[in-house]
Design a protein around this ligand. Structure first.
Ligand SMILES: *[C@@H]1O[C@H](CO)[C@@H](O)[C@H](O)[C@H]1NC(C)=O
Ligand SMILES: *[C@@H]1O[C@H](CO)[C@@H](O)[C@H](O)[C@H]1NC(C)=O
Ligand SMILES: *[C@@H]1O[C@H](CO)[C@@H](O)[C@H](O)[C@H]1NC(C)=O
Ligand SMILES: *[C@@H]1O[C@H](CO)[C@@H](O)[C@H](O)[C@H]1NC(C)=O
Ligand SMILES: *[C@@H]1O[C@H](CO)[C@@H](O)[C@H](O)[C@H]1NC(C)=O
Ligand SMILES: *[C@@H]1O[C@H](CO)[C@@H](O)[C@H](O)[C@H]1NC(C)=O
Ligand SMILES: *[C@@H]1O[C@H](CO)[C@@H](O)[C@H](O)[C@H]1NC(C)=O
Length: 918
C-alpha cells in the first residue's frame, strides 16, 4: 500500500495499486458498521458480518488482493452516540457505513451520510419513512415496515376484524410503522381504534398500565410493534393480566420472530407464555447456500463462538456485507478511492468547531449507484433493490406459537396475499392472485381454540353495554320508562331482547333512560350522544346514518299526512252505502229463507198460502218482503210460524233502524270535506301543520320542504292530535298532521273520522342506532332479519298493538260509516237457529203423524185383505205413502188440531177438507 497525500490540508488521495493500467487496487478498503452490540439483532448481525468479511477475504474472486476491513462501532441504542460514531467512522475514511440498526439513528446519520456522500446501507432499520427522497444515501437491505404493515392489515382483514389496538414503542420506528399500519388498514376498511405508545425505555409498570387500560376498550386484537425484547415482557405482563385468553388476539411484527430465532437454544419453557401469538417473519427462500450457512452457524454455537441464534436480520447483515464488497470491487476496478475536504464546511471552521477533518467521499455517488444496481443470489435469495432503495421483498411467513413450538402456517406475498405455498414456488408457477385462494393453515389462538376469535367485546359484566332509551311521553307503547316501577318497557325493547337472543354471544347491557318523561326527547340529541360515546345503543330513527350506524330496520315507516277525512263523493247509489256487500247479500238471503220457511209452516193450515203453484210462489215472496213494511196481507196462523215471525221482525227492526242511522250520518258527513289531496296541496296552502314533538318530521318539513316554521305546530300526544285536528285551521287547530306511519296507525286505530291522505312521502325504517363501526350493528341486523323471517317481529307487533286487530289489517276500503256484517252476525245466527228449530219441530210432528197413519192403514189392510198391497214395505213405497198421506189430509190432523188449537181453525180446516174431497 502506498499512501500519498497531495496538499495535505485539503485533499487526500490514495494512490491505488492495482493490476489495471489506470489504477491500482488498494490493499485495504474500510467499511464502517454501526449497531448495538448487545441487542437481539446486534448479536446475530455482529457474528454474521464478521463471518461475511472473512468469507469475502478468503474468496479470490471478489476484491482480489484487497482486504475488506470492517470497523464496528457500538451505538448502544443511542441516537447521540450513533451520530458521533458516524463522524468517527467517516474520519477513518470508510467508503460505506453498514447500519445503523435503529431507525432513529438512521434518521440522524442519513443526513450526515447525505452531506459527506457516504452510502448508508442498513439491514435492520425498517421505518418506512427512511425510503423518502430526503435520504438518497440511505439504502435498506431489509424489508420496509410499509410492506410488513400491509401484511398485518391483510391478516386483520383475512380474519374479518375491523378494529385493532396497537402497542408500539414511541420512537421513529414504532410511530412510523404504526402510521403505515393505519394507512394499510384503512384500505381494508379497518382501523386502529386505540394506540398505546410505550416509552423507549419502557419498564414493566408501563406495560401493565397500558394493557390494563386497554382492557376497557372494545377491540381485542392487539398489534404489537416494539423493539426486539429478549424477555418478551409484554406477553409476560399480558399473561399476568389474564389477557392471553381466548377472547384475545395477539399479532406481532417481525421483532417477535427475530427475538425467538435468536434464542439459543430455543426450548419449550421460553414459549410457554406465548401460546396463540401470531407473528410475521421475513421470508427467505430455502437454498443450499442457506442450509450450509445454518449448519455453519450451529457449529459455531456448539463451539461457543455464537452467543445468539441466527435470525433473518443476521442473514440480511451477511448478505449486506457481500453486496457492499461486490460494489466496492466493481467501483475500484474503475476508480480511485479519494476523499476531499468538504469545502462547504470551511466556513463553519470559522466558528471554531474542528470540522476541517471531515472529508467528502468523492466516489460516493458512484458507489451508491453501484450498490443500488446490486443483483446477486445470496443467503436470503435474490439480493437486489427496488425503486425505493429497499430490498426486493420475498414477503413474510406467518408463524403461530402452538404446543410450545413455532408453527409456520403460511406465507404472505404482496402479489398473492396468503398462501400455504412459498411465494418463490408461486412465482415459478407464474400464478397470479386471482388464481389463488387466500388460505392459511389452522391457527391455534390464545386459549387453545382454533376457531377465529371474534376480536372484540362489546361489553362485559363490569362494563355493560349502555343502551339509551328515550323516555317517551306519548305513544309510550313503543318504548318508555314506566313511572311507577321504573321499568323500561315497550315494543322496541321486546324486539331488542328477542334480537339479542339471536346474537351469537352474550351482551351484558343496561338501559339508560333519556329524557324527562314529560315530553318526548329529541332524537337528534340522543343520536349525538351515541356518536360521542356517551350512550351505547338502541334507538329507532331514520337519517342519522352519517354519525351512527343503524341495524336492519324492524319497522317500515315513512312520513304521512293525517287529516279529517272525507274522500267519498255523493252518488246516486248512496242508499247502498250503509251496508257492505256481504251485509246486503246476507240480508237478501234471509228474506228468501223466511219466505220459504213460512210457506212450509203455513201452507197446510193457512188458506192464504194455497192455490196454484205460481200463486203460491208469489204469495211466499210478497209476504216475506212486505214484512219489511209491515204491510203483509197474510196472517200467520201456525204457532211455529208466529214464533219465527217474531224473531224475524225483531231482526228487521234492528237492521232498518241501523240502516236509517247510517244513511243519515253518511249524508251529513259528506258535507264536510278537506281540500288536502297530498303533500303538495298541504305546502301550497297557508294552514298550520302539526308534527310530533322531537320527531324528525319538523326538520324535514322546514328544511327539505321549506315550509315556514311559523306554520309548524308541535303536538305532544294523540289527544292533542285529535283536538287540533277537530278545531281545524281556522280555530287555532291544524289542517293536517305530518308524522311517521307507525305512530299514525296507532293514532287512527281508535279514530275513524281521520285518515291518511295519499301515500307515505318518505320511505325509511326504524332500526337500532349504534356507534359508528360497532360490530354489534352487523350482528343485530342479522338477528333482526332472522326475527322477521321466522315471524317473531309480526308476533311482537301483534302483542303490542293489535289487540283489536292490526291497523293495516282493517278493511281499508270499507267506508267508515258502512255497517259490517260482523255487527249483525249474532242476530242473524239467532234468527236462523230459531227458524231451523221451528222447522225441525214441524217435521217431527209430521213424521209422527205419518207413522200413526201408517199403523192405522196396516191395521185396516189386515182387516180387509182383499186389496193386495205389496207385502214388502220398501222405501219407495214408504215415500209414496208419505206423500199420499200429506195430500189426503188425514183425519189424524184434524184430531190433533181439535185437541190443541182453537175451534175456528179446526172448522176451517174441516170445511177445507170437505171442499176438496167433494
Ligand atoms: C488475483 O490477483 C493475482 C495477482 O495479484 C492474480 O494472479 C490472480 O489470477 C487473481 N485471481 C483472480 C481470480 O482474478
Ligand atoms: C387495572 O385497572 C383497574 C381499574 O381500572 C384496577 O382496579 C386494577 O388494580 C388494575 N390492575 C393492575 C394490575 O394494575
Ligand atoms: C430452557 O431455557 C431456559 C433459559 O432460556 C433454561 O433456564 C431452561 O433450563 C431450558 N429448559 C430446557 C428444558 O432446556
Ligand atoms: C488513479 O490514480 C492513478 C495514480 O495517481 C492515476 O494514474 C489514475 O489516472 C487514477 N485513475 C482515475 C480513474 O482517476
Ligand atoms: C439479476 O440477476 C438474475 C440472474 O442472476 C437475472 O436473471 C436478472 O434479470 C437480474 N436482474 C436485473 C434487474 O438485472
Ligand atoms: C382446520 O380446521 C377445520 C375446522 O376447524 C378442520 O375441518 C380442518 O381439518 C383443519 N385443518 C387442519 C389441517 O387441521
Ligand atoms: C336528518 O335529516 C334532517 C333533514 O334532512 C336534518 O336536518 C337532520 O340534521 C338530519 N339528522 C342528522 C342526525 O343528520
Amino acid at each position: 500500500m502506498k499512501y500519498l497525500a497531495v496538499l495535505p490540508q485539503f485533499v487526500f488521495v490514495w494512490i491505488v495499486l492495482c493490476g489495471s493500467v489506470y489504477c491500482q487496487r488498494p490493499a485495504v478498503v474500510k467499511v464502517g458498521a454501526i449497531f448495538t452490540f448487545d441487542s437481539v439483532i446486534g448479536r446475530a448481525a455482529k457474528l454474521a458480518m464478521e463471518v461475511a468479511v472473512s468469507d469475502i477475504n478468503a474468496d479470490p474472486v471478489i476484491l482480489n488482493g484487497t482486504e475488506l476491513r470492517l470497523i464496528e462501532q457500538d451505538a448502544s441504542c443511542s441516537v447521540f452516540l450513533g451520530s458521533i460514531e458516524a463522524f468517527e467512522l467517516i474520519e477513518q475514511e470508510v467508503v460505506t457505513i453498514i447500519g445503523p440498526q435503529s431507525s432513529s439513528i438512521a434518521h440522524m446519520i442519513s443526513e450526515i451520510a447525505n452531506g459527506l456522500k457516504v452510502p448508508l446501507i442498513s439491514y435492520a432499520a425498517t421505518d418506512p419513512t427512511l425510503s423518502s427522497q430526503q435520504f438518497p444515501y440511505f439504502i435498506r437491505s431489509t424489508q420496509s415496515d410499509y410492506v410488513q404493515m400491509a401484511a398485518i392489515a391483510d391478516l386483520v382483514d383475512f380474519y374479518g376484524w375491523k378494529e385493532v389496538i396497537s402497542i408500539y414503542v414511541d420512537d421513529d420506528y414504532g410511530r412510523n410503522g404504526i402510521s403505515a399500519l393505519d394507512d394499510a388498514l384503512e384500505k381494508k376498511m379497518a382501523k386502529i381504534s386505540y394506540k398505546l405508545p410505550l416509552n423507549i425505555q419502557f419498564d414493566q409498570n408501563d406495560i401493565i398500565d397500558a394493557l390494563n387500560k386497554s382492557k376497557l376498550f372494545g377491540p381485542r386484537v392487539y398489534v404489537v410493534h416494539v423493539n426486539p425484547d429478549p424477555r418478551l415482557r409484554i406477553f409476560a405482563m399480558a399473561q399476568k393480566l389474564k389477557m392471553m385468553t381466548s377472547n384475545y388476539v395477539w399479532l406481532a411484527t417481525d421483532w417477535f420472530s427475530a427475538t425467538l430465532d435468536s434464542f439459543s437454544p430455543l426450548n419449550g419453557t421460553s414459549l410457554s407464555n406465548l401460546q396463540g401469538i401470531v407473528a410475521l417473519r421475513q421470508h427467505t427462500p430455502e437454498s443450499a447456500r442457506k442450509k450450509a450457512f445454518l449448519s455453519q452457524w450451529s457449529n459455531m454455537e456448539q463451539k461457543g463462538l455464537a452467543s445468539s441464534g441466527l435470525n433473518t436480520y443476521g442473514m440480511y447483515a451477511y448478505d449486506t456485507v457481500w453486496a457492499v464488497a461486490r460494489s466496492i470491487d466493481e467501483f475500484i476496478d474503475e476508480n480511485n478511492i479519494t476523499f476531499s475536504v468538504n469545502k462547504d464546511s470551511l466556513d463553519i471552521k470559522v466558528t471554531g468547531v474542528q470540522l476541517g477533518e471531515l472529508k467528502v467521499f468523492d466516489g460516493g455517488e458512484l458507489l451508491r449507484r453501484k450498490l443500488l444496481q446490486t443483483n446477486f443470489t445470496g443467503l436470503t435469495g435474490q439480493f437486489k433493490f427496488n425503486q425505493d432503495r429497499n430490498i426486493v421483498s420475498y414477503g413474510y411467513e406467518v408463524i403461530n406459537i402452538d404446543k410450545m413450538e413455532i408453527q409456520r402456517v403460511g406465507f404472505w406475498y404482496s402479489d398473492f396475499g396468503f398462501s400455504v405455498l412459498p411465494p418463490e414456488t408461486l412465482i415459478a408457477q407464474k400464478k397470479n392472485q386471482s388464481q389463488l385462494d387466500q388460505q392459511l393453515q389452522n391457527i391455534t389462538w390464545p386459549g387453545g381454540k382454533t376457531e377465529r376469535p371474534r376480536g372484540w367485546v362489546i361489553a362485559n359484566e363490569d362494563r355493560p353495554l349502555r343502551i339509551g332509551v328515550p323516555k317517551r311521553a306519548s305513544f309510550a307503547g313503543f318504548v318508555t320508562e314506566e313511572h311507577s316501577s321504573h321499568q323500561i318497557r315497550g315494543y322496541c325493547i321486546d324486539i331488542f331482547l328477542e334480537a339479542r337472543k339471536l346474537v351469537p354471544y352474550d351482551v351484558p347491557y343496561r338501559f339508560v333512560p333519556y329524557g324527562d318523561g314529560l315530553s318526548n326527547p329529541s332524537y337528534d340529541k340522543l343520536v349525538e350522544m351515541i356518536a360521542n360515546n356517551l350512550l351505547g345503543t338502541l334507538q329507532f330513527v331514520t337519517n342519522r346514518t352519517r354519525i351512527v350506524d343503524f341495524s336492519q330496520p324492524y319497522v317500515a315507516t315513512g312520513l304521512v299526512i293525517v287529516a279529517p277525512i272525507n274522500n267519498r263523493k255523493s252518488s246516486a247509489w248512496v242508499f247502498l252505502k250503509p251496508f257492505t256487500v256481504e251485509m246486503w247479500c246476507v240480508t237478501a238471503a234471509a228474506f228468501v229463507m223466511i219466505a220459504v220457511v213460512i210457506w212450509i209452516l203455513e201452507h197446510r193450515v193457512n188458506d192464504d198460502f194455497r192455490g196454484p203453484p205460481r200463486r203460491q210462489i208469489v204469495t211466499m215472496f210478497l209476504f216475506s218482503f212486505s214484512t219489511l213494511f209491515k204491510t203483509n196481507q197474510e196472517a200467520t196462523i201456525s204457532p211455529l210460524g208466529r214464533l219465527v215471525m217474531v224473531v224475524w221482525l225483531f231482526l228487521l227492526m234492528v237492521i232498518t233502524s241501523s240502516y236509517t242511522a247510517s244513511l243519515s250520518s253518511i249524508l251529513t258527513v259528506q258535507q264536510l270535506s278537506t281540500p288536502i289531496q297530498g303533500i303538495d296541496s298541504l305546502i301550497a296552502n297557508d294552514w298550520p301543520i302539526g308534527y310530533q314533538v322531537g320527531s324528525f318530521s319538523y326538520n324535514y318539513l322546514s328544511e327539505s320542504l321549506h315550509i315556514p316554521r311559523s306554520r309548524l305546530i308541535s303536538l305532544s300526544s294523540p289527544e292533542a292530535y285529535e283536538r287540533a285536528l277537530r278545531q281545524g285551521p281556522s280555530n287555532g287547530g291544524v289542517a293536517a298532521i305530518v308524522d311517521e306511519l307507525p305512530y299514525v296507525e296507532l293514532f287512527l286505530k281508535q279514530r275513524t273520522d281521520f285518515g291518511i291522505i295519499g301515500q307515505p312521502f318518505t320511505k325509511s325504517g326504524w332500526g337500532f342506532a349504534f356507534q359508528r363501526g360497532s360490530p354489534l350493528a352487523v350482528d343485530m341486523s342479522t338477528a333482526i332479519l332472522k326475527l322477521s323471517e321466522n315471524g317473531q317481529l309480526q308476533k311482537l307487533r301483534e302483542r303490542w298493538f293489535c289487540k283489536k286487530g292490526c291497523p293495516e289489517e282493517r278493511n281499508q276500503n270499507s267506508e267508515p260509516h258502512q255497517l259490517q256484517l260482523v255487527s249483525f252476525w249474532g242476530l242473524y245466527i239467532l234468527c236462523v237457529i230459531i227458524t231451523l228449530s221451528a222447522l225441525f219441530v214441524f217435521l217431527l210432528r209430521v213424521v209422527r203423524q205419518f207413522v200413526r197413519y201408517k199403523k192405522r192403514e196396516m191395521l185396516s189392510s189386515s182387516s180387509s185383505s182383499s186389496t193386495p198391497t205389496s207385502s214388502s214395505s220398501s222405501c219407495s213405497q214408504l215415500i209414496y205413502n208419505f206423500f199420499d198421506f200429506i195430500d189426503e189430509k188425514e183425519e189424524a190432523i184434524k184430531k190433533m188440531f181439535s185437541h190443541c188449537e182453537n175451534p175456528q181453525i179446526h172448522v176451517n180446516s174441516a170445511t177445507q177438507q170437505h171442499g176438496t174431497s167433494v
